[in-house]
Design a protein around this ligand. Structure first.
Ligand code: GDP
Length: 296
């Protein structure tokens, strides 16, 4: 996802570190190139501006320019600023609430909600030894509930028995009850998407939220959609309120802009990355590691 950006930046910084002494004009010129690289990577304009302003104001400080290795110091400043932009610390899924902890998955159709629900359930079961129940609240797409059931079966995760004709809120109520009675630690509610955001979708999400009182509301967004994913996160956050983001298709050739802008634009952390179709293709999002990957 970050390959092109990474190459561009390493070109810029190689030039800078080779120079030895640096003038303020050299730093300004390098920042102009960094700015262009970030914009081409589809990072939100406001985010690019604030990023390069912050780096420049720290980098033109007398200490940096007069230091023995000014180029390397600029790279270090860029690195630190990238980490800050990405949220500084990894933020795992928060299960710190009375069991069963409800996790609500939201997002557009095809973004990877159902797949990600199963990935999260599998990880919580296998790595954290939690007892997880999954329920599909998607009554729009006929095969959606069956898709989750099959994924559950493949991964050894229980799913709520399917009852035809129930509303999403009725399924949510039944899921919470079943999770309580069954002694589950976590209940994952996979909601229906749409091809784009519309009013009925937002109303449905708000109703489910009111009933389920989720501890986490995770927006699943497709990283290949770039700035659309960022706008989507902002809309969902304004209307429903989200606690975190899962960026899917991080294994694809997205330009990285969504990943780099999400936190700064929405204030909400990227918690996980989907890195493939298989149920184990899920990674924690570590700002420090991502910055290292970008800067090579
Ligand atoms: P939903 O409509 O939001 O529930 O989306 P699905 O979970 O059904 O996923 C849609 C398609 O995207 C499926 O074919 C998934 O296998 C695929 N998919 C989901 N997450 C990822 C990912 O991280 N990487 C890749 N390459 N494919 C993914």
């Amino acid at each position: 996802m970050f390959d092109t950006l990474s190459e561009r930046l390493s070109g810029i910084f190689d030039k800078l570190t080779r120079r030895g002494a640096l003038s303020e004009a050299d730093v300004t010129e390098a920042m102009r190139e960094v700015r262009r690289a970030l914009i081409e990577a589809d990072v939100a304009l406001d985010v690019v501006r604030s990023f390069t302003d912050k780096v420049r104001s720290r980098a033109v400080g007398a200490d940096v320019i007069r230091s023995v290795t000014p180029g390397q110091m600029v790279v270090k400043i860029v690195h630190d600023q990238l980490v800050e932009m990405l949220g500084s610390e990894a933020e795992p899924i928060d299960l710190n609430a009375p069991a069963p902890v409800p996790i609500m998955m939201v997002g557009l159709q095809g973004s990877g909600k159902t797949t990600t629900s199963a990935k999260i359930a599998r990880r919580l079961t296998q790595q954290q030894k939690r007892k997880v129940l999954m329920a599909s609240l998607d009554v729009r797409r006929p095969a959606a509930q069956e898709q989750l059931r099959v994924l559950g079966e493949q991964n050894g995760i229980d799913t709520l028995p399917i009852v035809a004709g129930q509303s999403p809120t009725a399924i949510a109520t039944r899921a919470l009850q079943a999770a309580r009675l069954g002694g589950y630690d976590v209940v994952i509610l996979d909601t229906a998407g749409r091809t784009h955001i519309d009013e009925p979708l937002m109303i449905e999400m708000a109703e489910i939220k009111a009933i389920a009182k989720p501890h986490e509301i995770l927006l699943v967004a497709d990283s290949l959609t770039g700035q659309d994913a960022v706008n989507l996160a902002r809309s969902f956050d304004e209307r429903v309120g989200i606690t975190g983001i899962v960026l899917t298709r991080a294994d694809g050739d997205g330009r990285g802009g969504a990943a780099l802008s999400m936190r700064a634009v929405t204030g909400k952390p990227i918690k996980l990355l989907g890195t493939g179709e298989k149920s184990d293709a899920l990674e924690d999002f570590h700002p420090g590691r991502v910055a290292n990957r970008i800067l090579g």
